[in-house]
Design a protein around this ligand. Structure first.
Ligand SMILES: Nc1ncnc2c1ncn2[C@@H]1O[C@H](COP(=O)(O)OP(=O)(O)O)[C@@H](O)[C@H]1O
Ligand SMILES: O=P(O)(O)O[C@H]1O[C@H](CO)[C@@H](O[C@H]2O[C@H](CO)[C@@H](O)[C@H](O)[C@H]2O)[C@H](O)[C@H]1O
Length: 474
């Protein structure tokens, strides 16, 4: 293939920073070049797979683009136009983001079904599965750091936009768990990988094709509905007494039984992860190193977000206590970024999604062994989030004092946190109550991470972790 012309590079340089999934929007692009270009279909429309090497502030990241090429772009594809290249064939004409073109996205499914290899790209079908190719693929609207295509109601294909070296943990973990017969993850049907060319280098995961959970409902939405019901139950306002808050169980749309089942599902996933990847008895020094990392993050976020400063001392005291009391602990692969948005309730039970780990962490850190209670702490934070999100964001709450609403939020969160922990321990996970300081430290660490995440991505949400830190750190 001839080297792509410069006008394509220029068009891509203009287009990329406007994409929601582009990670470096705040920093100018110093250089953009096309690392690999692979023709997947010729003709009109044509489909090319590109890996873009994007240098910003001395760091090069790699982004994946599916480039459609047509002589003329139909109106329905206008919103995903990149521009018209003036170059030589094969990339000549109107170029656009082909993730939005069902005439082209079917090719990915065909190639996975047939285990096609094209240049450095290898399309894989999961052993023992067949892949239907009679369904159209279109992106879901809630795209964020990646782009997911839904094929009919059969499959969801997640295209990882920013590529990391080696196997993506989302593929690695989902494949291991579905091979182990775990019923709490969607079945893996296929994936796409790229051979980086260097001798001995692991293939880079480009995409993951999973079963589409057609009866699935997001746990975050279910929890918010329950919390809203709980607040609404007290309108017109009742007194902010302890007995009012003790009564969270009688709220309409109570989530506690689901929270308990979600806890049990989490313990079962941890058990299956331990079987698939093993458990290591980790010496106290490892936990101390982890606490060191927590303190580093705390320093960084405190410097960047002044609102965190009043809580820093109390947070550090909890971290220090964990380091001082460190013992040998069983470490294993975990989810790494467990929250209510990563769980779906289906008609057969809870399913956990997105084992990529926290997007801000380095690839090695995301795959590192950890204590399973780190995931528990992530979910406990999420119950706090659901209750406090309503306090911070919504109108229509009962006209009570801030203290009374705070008590109500705490009561809803506490009820669901307790139910989740009970379900987790009863299903064989380490009892969170027996490791209270460790869980508290993990929660505080997650809350500090959230302060950074919200300050960078959704500043209007920043009060959510800050307000719960005021309580958690006291
Ligand atoms: N197997 C699935 N079936 C149905 N919907 C799914 C499935 N996997 C993900 N989703 C939906 O897509 C959203 C984003 O998925 P996720 O894997 O978390 O992607 P991202 O890494 O971009 O956040 C989820 O919150 C869920 O609503
Ligand atoms: O889903 P991602 O892997 O992209 O995770 C990141 O974004 C999450 C928000 O979408 C963020 O989660 C935080 O907000 C959630 C509500 O939107 C809440 O349920 C979580 O408890 C809270 O941490 C997550 O931290 C971040 O890594």
């Amino acid at each position: 293939m001839p080297p792509p012309d410069h006008s394509l590079v220029r068009l891509l340089s203009d287009w990329l920073p406007r994409q929601r999934w582009f990670g470096g929007k705040d920093v100018p692009i110093d250089e953009l070049s096309i690392g690999t270009a692979t023709e997947l279909r010729s003709g009109d429309p044509a489909l090319h797979h590109l890996v873009l090497d994007v240098r910003q502030d001395g760091v090069t990241e790699h982004y994946q683009v599916l480039l459609g090429v047509r002589g003329e772009l139909p109106e329905r594809l206008g919103a995903c136009a990149i521009g018209r290249t003036a170059g030589e064939p094969p990339i000549s004409g109107q170029v656009y983001d082909a993730a939005h073109d069902p005439d082209l996205t079917g090719i990915l499914l065909d190639f996975m079904a047939n285990e096609t290899a094209v240049g450095p790209l290898q399309f894989r079908r999961a052993p023992g599965t067949g892949i239907r190719t009679d369904v159209e693929g279109l992106p879901i609207s809630a795209e964020q750091s990646n782009t997911s295509l839904i094929y009919g109601d059969a499959y969801i294909c997640k295209l990882f936009r920013r590529l990391s070296p080696g196997v993506n943990p989302d593929l690695e973990v989902n494949l291991a768990l579905s091979r182990a017969g775990c019923e709490h993850v969607p079945a893996v049907h296929g994936w796409i990988e790229l051979d980086p060319g260097a001798p001995g280098a692991e293939p880079i995961t480009l995409a993951l094709l999973s079963e589409f959970l057609r009866t699935g409902t997001d746990a975050w939405q279910l929890a918010l509905t329950s919390a809203r019901d709980w607040f609404a139950q007290f309108s017109p306002p009742g007194p902010a007494t302890a007995s009012a808050t003790d009564d969270a169980g009688s709220a309409g749309g109570d989530f506690a039984a689901e929270a308990e089942r979600l806890g049990a599902a989490t313990a079962q996933v941890h058990r299956d992860l331990a079987r698939a990847f093993g458990v290591t008895q980790t010496p106290p020094e490892v936990l101390r190193d982890i606490v060191f990392g927590m303190n580093v993050q705390l320093d960084q976020v405190t410097a960047a977000v002044p609102e965190l400063r009043p809580h820093a001392h109390a947070i550090r005291e909890v971290f220090d206590q964990v380091a001082a009391e460190a013992t040998v602990l069983p470490f294993q692969r975990v989810h790494g970024d467990l929250h209510l948005g990563q769980a779906m309730r289906t008609d057969t039970g809870w399913v956990l999604l997105d084992f990529e780990g926290e997007p801000a962490r380095a690839p090695a850190e995301r795959r590192a062994l950890a204590h399973p209670l780190r995931d528990v702490a992530g979910m406990l934070r999420s119950f706090e989030y659901a209750a406090r999100f309503l306090l911070v964001r919504e109108g229509g709450l009962p006209a009570e004092s801030a203290d009374a609403l705070e008590l109500r939020a705490q009561a809803w969160a506490e009820r669901n946190r307790a139910a989740f922990c009970a379900g987790y321990a009863a299903a064989g996970g380490p009892d969170p109550a027996a490791h209270a300081t460790l869980v508290r430290a993990f929660e505080l660490d997650k809350a500090v991470y959230e302060v950074r995440y919200e300050a960078g991505n959704r500043p209007s949400w920043l009060p959510v972790p800050l307000r719960s830190l005021a309580r958690l750190a006291s």
